[in-house]
Design a protein around this ligand. Sequence first.
Ligand code: RP5
Length: 164
Amino acid sequence: MKFVSIIMGSKSDYDVMKSCSDTLEAFGVHYELIISSAHRSPERTKTYMKTAEAKGSQVFIAAAGMAAHLAGVLASTTVKPIIGVPMSASALSGIDALLSTVQMPAGMPVATVAIGKAGAINSAYLAMQILALGDEDLRVKLTEDRIAKAKKVEMDSLEIETIL
Ligand code: RP5
């Protein structure tokens, strides 16, 4: 079975990353969600990557804060796409995690999304867009979602617009 893996560096990331799993669920996309840290549990992280890939994981979403090396470590273990979500977990409000996640050396990409909840949701959308390259049903669902979003802008505007 094809699925998405969500790996968080700490349980403290879950409040934000629930938005990621909720988004995948809303589209009926299978996922696994685990806590594993690049720093605190490196062996668990490596073992998970091996087993998840063997079971059918197609895209890996890594959420971590502070000196966030999780996404980069995952990238070192696979050629599957890695999406990094920087968490706001320190006095630097996620800028530390953003730079640690996005500044990968050439040839080892991590697709880095925004800090926090918007990034968590976008990580799910980006993972689904990758899956949709080979899944027509999912592509249609994503297209319908875009149409609904555009419609909502129109409806919201109708409620308050004052065009002369
Ligand atoms: C990172 O350190 C985690 O991803 C988390 O965002 C941050 C703080 O972790 P805790 O100290 O809350 O466990 O590794």
